[in-house]
Design a protein around this ligand. Structure first.
Ligand code: 6PG
Length: 474
C-alpha cells in the first residue's frame, strides 16, 4: 500500500499540513525541492505518523495510491506552474492536484482548465489559519470539479478545524471558487485588522491610553459580541513588552504595514464586479499610506492638524460599538462581493457554507460568524447582511456611538478611513434617494450620456447647448 496523499513544498505551511494529515492517521508522502527540509521533517516529527519521504518527484509520485492526491504548497505564482509542469508527465488520468497556496483565482481557473484537458483534476484550495491552523486544524476552501473533491473530502474534512462537530472545510464550487473566497476572506481580514488598528489609534491618540491598557480593553471586548481570534490576538500583542527596551512591543514596531497581495486582489476584483467594498479597499489604501514613511515624516513637520480637543465621556464603549458596526458593514460588503463573483463566474457559492467553515480555523474566526450563518439560514438569498433583522438591529443600536466616534476622530484629526467609509456606506445604502441624479445630469450635459426619469419609462437627453428641450433618446 502506498501513501493516501502527498505534500510537495515543505516550508512551514506545507510541513505543518503534512504533519496534521499524518497525525490523523493518513499515510502521507512528503517531498521538497531541497532535500534538507524533508530530512528535517522526518528527523523531527517522523514519529507523528506514517510519512514516506521522497527525494525526487518521480519517487514521490510513485509512492502514492491512485488516484494520486498531491497537495502543492509552494509560493503562489510562477512556482505553482513550475511544480505542475514537472508533475504532469508523471501523472495519470484522474489524478488530483491540490494547490493549497494563496493563488490568484484567475490562475486557478486557467490551471484547472488546462489540466482538465489532460484528464487531470485540479483543486484550487484556500487554506486559512496560518502555521498554527495548518498543524492543528485550518479552515479549508477547495474549489474544482465534484469528481476531484470526492476522493479528498474525507482527508480534508478530517484535518480541518471542527466547530460544534462540523468540519471547517467544504467544497466551495468549480474552478476558481475556492481561491476566490480565500482571497475575499483575506480582504475581510485586512478590513478587520484595519478597523482594530483604528480603534487602537483612537484609544491611543484621542483617549491617551497606553498599549497595555488598550490590551486590557480588547480582552474585555473579547468577552462580548466582538469575540474573535483577531480581537484576542490584539489583546495579546498590545500586552506584550519588548525585552530589549522594556516598552510595549507595539510602540517599537515600525509603523509600515506590508502586504502580499490578496487584499489588493479583492479590491481589484470588487472594482471589476462593481461591488462597493469600501472597508476592504480603505484597508488596502491605509497599508499603502503607512508604507510611505518618508513622506509622512516630512508631512508631519509641515502639515497642521486641528487645535487640541479630547475624547468625550463614554468614548471607550463608543469605540467598541463603532468597531462592531463597521465590522458588520465590512462583512456585508465582503459577502456581497462573493455572491456577485459567484453569479459572474457561475460558481453557485453558498454564503451560509462560508460562514459555517469560517467559524473555526481561519484568521477571521469569530462568534460573529455564527450570526452570519444564522442570517443565511433565515434567508438563503439575502442580498446584503444589513437587510437581516439581527444585523439591522445591531447597527441601529450602535449607530449613535459610531457617529460620535467618527465625529470625534474628524475633530481631533485621527484618521479612521475604514470606520468612516463603513459609516458612509451605511448612510448611502439606507437612503432610498441619493445625489446620483445630479451626476447623471452632469454626464448628460457634457457628454450626452442620457438619463432615465423617476416619473416615466424611457431614456432621455436634454439639448443643453440648444434650447434645453428634453428629447427621447430611446
Ligand atoms: C490566512 C492568512 C494568510 C496570511 C495572509 C497575510 O488566512 O491564514 O490570511 O493567508 O496571513 O496572506 O497576508 P498579507 O501578508 O497580505 O497581510
Amino acid at each position: 500500500m502506498g501513501s493516501q496523499i502527498g505534500v510537495t513544498g515543505l516550508a512551514v505551511m506545507g510541513q505543518n499540513l503534512a504533519r496534521n494529515i499524518a497525525r490523523h492517521g493518513f499515510p502521507v508522502a512528503v517531498h521538497n525541492r531541497s532535500e534538507s527540509r524533508t530530512k528535517h521533517l522526518i528527523e523531527r516529527y517522523g514519529d507523528e505518523g506514517d510519512f514516506t519521504p521522497a527525494t525526487s518527484l518521480e519517487d514521490f509520485v510513485a509512492s502514492l495510491d491512485r488516484p494520486r492526491r498531491i497537495v502543492i504548497m509552494v509560493k503562489a505564482g510562477g512556482p505553482v506552474d513550475a511544480v505542475i509542469d514537472e508533475l504532469v508527465p508523471l501523472l495519470d488520468k484522474g489524478d488530483i492536484l491540490i494547490d493549497g497556496g494563496n493563488s490568484h483565482f484567475e490562475d486557478t481557473r486557467r490551471r484547472e482548465k488546462a489540466l482538465a484537458e489532460r484528464g487531470l483534476h485540479f483543486l484550487g484550495t484556500g487554506v486559512s489559519g496560518g502555521e498554527e491552523g495548518a498543524l492543528n486544524g485550518p479552515s479549508i476552501m477547495p474549489g474544482g470539479p465534484d469528481d476531484a473533491y470526492a476522493p479528498v473530502a474525507e482527508i480534508l474534512t478530517t484535518i480541518a478545524a471542527q466547530v460544534d462537530g462540523t468540519p471547517c472545510a467544504a467544497h466551495i464550487g468549480p474552478d476558481g471558487a475556492g481561491h476566490y473566497v480565500k482571497m475575499a476572506h483575506n480582504g475581510i481580514e485586512y478590513a478587520d485588522m484595519q478597523l482594530i488598528a483604528e480603534a487602537y489609534d483612537l484609544l491611543t491618540s484621542a483617549a491617551g491610553l497606553s498599549a497595555p491598557e488598550i490590551g486590557q480593553i480588547f480582552r474585555q471586548w473579547n468577552e462580548g459580541d466582538l469575540e474573535s481570534f483577531l480581537i484576542e490576538t490584539t489583546a495579546t500583542v498590545l500586552g506584550h513588552t519588548d525585552a530589549a527596551t522594556g516598552r510595549p512591543l507595539v510602540d517599537v514596531i515600525l509603523d509600515e504595514a506590508e502586504q502580499k497581495g490578496t487584499g489588493r486582489w479583492t479590491a481589484q476584483s470588487a472594482l471589476e464586479l462593481g461591488v462597493p467594498v469600501t472597508a476592504i479597499t480603505e484597508a488596502v489604501y491605509a497599508r499603502a499610506l503607512s508604507a510611505r514613511k518618508d513622506q509622512r515624516t516630512r508631512a508631519s513637520a509641515i502639515l497642521p492638524g486641528p487645535s487640541g480637543g479630547s475624547a468625550p465621556d463614554g468614548f471607550v464603549d463608543a469605540v467598541r460599538d463603532a468597531l462592531y458596526a463597521s465590522k458588520v458593514v465590512a462583512y456585508a460588503q465582503g459577502f456581497e462581493q462573493m455572491r456577485a463573483a459567484s453569479d459572474e463566474y457561475d460558481w453557485n457559492v453558498d454564503p451560509g457554507t462560508l460562514a459555517t467553515i469560517w467559524r473555526g480555523g481561519c484568521i477571521i474566526r469569530a462568534r460573529f460568524l455564527d450570526r452570519i450563518k444564522e442570517a443565511y439560514e433565515r434567508s438563503p438569498e439575502l442580498p446584503n447582511l444589513l437587510l437581516d433583522d439581527y444585523f439591522r438591529d445591531a447597527v441601529a443600536n450602535a449607530q449613535d456611538a459610531w457617529r460620535k466616534v467618527v465625529h470625534t476622530a474628524v475633530d481631533l484629526g485621527v484618521p479612521t478611513p475604514a470606520f468612516s467609509a463603513s459609516l458612509a456606506y451605511y448612510d448611502g445604502f439606507r437612503r432610498e434617494r441619493g445625489p446620483a441624479s445630479l451626476i447623471q445630469g452632469l454626464r448628460d450635459f457634457f457628454g450626452a450620456h442620457t438619463y432615465r426619469r423617476v416619473d416615466r419609462e424611457g431614456v432621455f437627453h436634454t439639448l443643453w447647448s440648444e434650447d434645453r428641450r428634453e428629447v427621447s433618446a430611446d
